[in-house]
Ligand binder design. Structure first.
Ligand code: NAD
Length: 366
């Protein structure tokens, strides 16, 4: 097994160091190789996704990714901006299924903006289609309108489209994921208004015939947005298109309190994947040693579960994270009165200690 380690920019390098430390104590056999990506790669090689990095990612079984970006690159031409590295990796690795679990740890229920009883024990999985929809549909652009409400006026347009195989493959991923969980899929669409999503609904229903053991419900996206804050625990697996998934996965993320806790995975057709925290490079806190490394550590756990076929090791990491939270350790983003504030390195050390069966009492500085 080979893991490509791409720390990236800002807090990316700090949080990745902790995830690598955690992987190292698991006593598993794998090789790792680190490469530059994002702004760091642009500085060194003139491109956010240099050929060497892309080739490493292609050759590896899995990619563990930190975060990229910094405000100082905002003025660069789009193709050289750090975020282009993520889009390039998704495209070249054929990553079409984005998994975003929203788990609310018992110890952090107060950190959510919802009432604790609504989120305590929350464990849902949002699966977002990643390569189609209005984000990539052609044609798109600006032109002078020849019809509509204001003919002759300047206008912009995008194209929403999904092909049958694109919907089928993400539907299979969702039903299979539900089989490993509570056997329920909610397919989110806007079939009442959009032809594309009436088609989506029809195809998902067709695929469902192959999964009689999994329950399927259809929900309009506006209702789904409402239900996510009204009764989030009623969901198990949510599957939806690129744009609705983009929005709903961020909404679901905030149910859990902090973006610093949320892992994610983007998978291809053979479950090879890129694993990364849901947050960005947080330039506002970069270099201060205060970032929460748990989202990256939990992303490493997802990598072990979904790509490297090591579910026991994944369970061990997740239990270690719970143990650390139960011991009262908190980075700044999840800190509250009565808990102990620690830095990035101390949090990583505590997870390592929990994995090694040590009691988490004393904490290293930093
Ligand atoms: P961000 O996620 O980096 O930060 C948002 C807020 O959350 C900030 O206040 C930050 O300090 C905090 N935060 C984020 N991660 C944290 C952690 N692990 N621990 C504690 N606090 C944390 O989003 P942003 O500020 O909108 O974007 C910053 C840069 O990151 C931009 O250049 C953006 O393009 C990039 N970005 C990259 C990715 C990615 O690499 N996948 C994703 C989103 C944004």
């Amino acid at each position: 097994m080979k893991i490509a380690i791409l720390p990236g920019d800002g807090i990316g390098t700090e949080i990745m160091a902790e995830a690598v430390k955690v992987l190292a104590v698991l006593d598993l056999k794998f090789e790792t190789e680190t490469a530059l990506v994002g702004g760091a790669a642009y500085e060194a090689h003139g491109h956010p996704l240099p050929e060497g990095t892309l080739n490493l990612a292609k050759a590896a079984d899995a990619v563990l990714f930190g975060a990229v970006g910094d405000w100082k690159y905002d003025k660069l031409e789009r193709q050289f901006r750090p975020e282009q590295a993520i889009l390039g990796l998704r495209k070249h690795l054929g990553l079409f299924a984005n998994f975003r679990p929203a788990i609310c740890y018992e110890q952090l229920t107060h950190a959510s903006s919802l009432k604790p009883e609504l989120v305590a024990g929350l464990d849902i999985l949002i699966i977002r289609e990643l390569t189609g929809d209005i984000y990539f549909g052609q044609p798109r652009g600006r032109r002078v309108a020849i019809d509509g409400h204001f003919p002759g006026a300047e206008e912009a347009f995008d194209t929403m489209r999904y092909s049958k195989p694109e919907i089928e493959r993400i539907a299979h991923v969702a039903f299979q994921a539900a089989r490993r969980r509570n056997k329920k899929v909610t397919s989110v669409d806007k079939a009442n208004v959009l032809e594309t999503f009436q088609f989506w609904k029809d195809v998902v229903t067709e695929v469902h015939a192959q999964y009689p053991d999994v329950a399927l419900e259809h929900m309009y996206v506006d209702n789904a947005a409402m239900q996510l804050v009204k009764a989030p625990k009623a969901f198990d697996v949510v599957v939806t298109g690129n744009m609705f998934g983009d929005i709903l996965s961020d909404e679901a993320a905030m149910l859990t309190g902090s973006i610093g806790m949320l892992p994610s995975a983007s998978l291809d057709k053979s479950n090879k994947g890129l694993y990364e925290p849901s947050h960005g490079s947080a330039p506002d806190i970069a270099g201060k040693g205060v970032a929460n490394p748990l989202a990256t550590i939990l992303s490493a756990a997802m990598m072990l579960r979904y790509t490297l076929n090591q579910p026991e090791a994944a369970d061990r990491i997740e239990s270690a994270v719970k143990a650390v939270l139960s011991a009262g350790l908190r980075t700044g983003d999840i800190w509250s009165e009565g808990t102990q504030r620690v830095g990035t390195r101390a949090m990583g050390d505590a997870v390592v200690a929990a994995l090694s069966g040590k009691t988490i009492t004393t904490i290293t500085k930093g």
